[in-house]
Design a binder for this molecule. Structure first.
Ligand SMILES: *Cc1c(COP(=O)(O)O)cnc(C)c1O
Length: 376
């Protein structure tokens, strides 16, 4: 069944089509000038020194964990209310993810108090995830990191151009990682970006992105290099110029896209705030936010009741989702019995409503009124 209102829709038009055609006709389709332009424009938009485009965010996170030197048995504190990749990247390097709870039902980001409680002599780093594009408590987190000499990686997949006290998210910790998977704020199909102000990280990440090779095909094809060495065992984590050119078109549209999302969020908040049966996380946020998703949380609820509400939305033609199943309860991570009560409640009782820039206010009003009927 096609939904009357999908959870997400691409913000694509002629610009993306033209970008792809231009790249195809240039006959350079793998990593090359479009990728470099995309990286430069992204770094400029984020006000950061270095930006490295990757095949997706999962590999950017893997590179980040490698760059800070995570080794077997090192502990890395991570949120559980996140996508699996935030956690898996630690495991790739042999590290041990240690889960921390979130702050509360009004703020779904990692709790600095719980981070502090989870620190041991083996802790090396903290990975934070800016849920929905809303900033983690970065002042407290950076203070803890400094006190215990820990690295900070920001999974900023939800948060392109989101702000925290005048800074862009992804630029506050040691390394920031972004995703351009189709349903993200910027879509290239698959794609990611690693950003940092650290020149050594950038240079090494660039090597590791392409097998550890000292020169790439484009440089050789353009006469800037004739041979190469492999100086460290790397990967193929490259993006291609076709996707990078879509990324350039998407980046150009991003500010306007986010402004539209902000208008939609405001409409949702106005329409839903009188409902006693739901909590609107981050309701009092005043920072500029990317609004990747529109989460609501059912009060005094459980997974079964949540699914009943979602089924009724489904019948009304409204697609919904949930963010996220708690990562510490995945079969692959269930070895340790972490207790994360707030994360577990949200993971059972959160509903993600449609959010994308082409969603109209009439559609938003329809979702609000259907939800009111369902919760009556
Ligand atoms: C989408 C997402 C990822 C993974 O990004 P990919 O580009 O699909 O690899 C990681 N973390 C979070 C929070 C995400 O939303």
């Amino acid at each position: 069944m096609a939904y009357k209102i999908p959870l997400f829709d691409l913000n694509f038009d002629k610009e993306e089509e033209n970008a792809i055609i231009d790249t195809l006709r240039s006959k350079w389709i793998s990593i090359g000038p479009k990728c470099e332009e995309f990286e430069n424009k992204f770094a400029e938009a984020l006000v950061i020194k270095y930006s490295l485009a990757t095949a997706n965010c999962t590999v950017a996170l893997h590179l980040a964990v490698k760059l800070i030197g995570i080794e077997p048995d090192d502990e890395v504190i991570v949120p559980s209310l996140t996508f699996a990749a935030t956690v898996n990247c630690v495991t790739y390097a042999g590290g041990i993810p240690v889960f921390a709870d979130i702050k509360g039902l009004n703020d779904l980001t990692i709790s600095p108090e719980d981070i502090r409680d989870k620190i041991t002599s083996k802790t090396r780093a903290i990975i934070v995830m800016h849920y929905g594009g809303f900033a983690c408590d970065m002042d407290s987190i950076m203070k803890i990191a400094k006190e215990f000499n820990l690295y900070v990686i920001e999974d900023a997949c939800h948060a392109p151009l989101s702000q925290y006290k005048g800074k862009k998210l992804g630029t506050i910790g040691d390394i920031g990682c972004f995703s351009f998977f189709s349903n993200k704020n910027m879509s290239t199909g698959e794609g990611g970006m690693l950003v940092t102000n650290n020149e050594n990280y950038y240079k090494r990440a660039k090597l590791l992105r392409s097998h550890g090779m000292t020169s790439m095909s484009y440089q050789r094809a353009t006469g800037h290099a004739t041979k190469y060495d492999v100086v460290e065992i790397g990967y193929n984590y490259r993006i291609d110029d076709i996707r990078a050119s879509i990324g350039l078109a998407q980046l150009k549209k991003l500010p306007e896209d986010l402004n539209k999302r902000a208008v939609i969020r405001k409409r949702y908040l106005e329409g839903l705030k009188s409902l006693k049966k739901i909590i609107l996380p981050f309701e009092n946020n005043t920072e500029f936010v990317s609004n990747y998703i529109m989460p609501i949380i059912l009060v005094d609820s459980d997974e079964e009741k949540r699914e009943q509400v979602r089924d009724k939305l489904h019948l009304a033609g409204i697609q919904s989702s949930m963010h996220y199943p708690a990562a510490h309860l995945y079969s692959s991570y269930e070895k340790k019995l972490d207790e994360l009560p707030v994360t577990e409640y949200v993971s059972n009782c959160e509903i993600t409503l449609p959010m994308f820039s082409k969603l109209t206010l009439d559609q938003t009003d329809y979702i609000i009124s259907e939800l009111k009927n369902i919760l009556k």
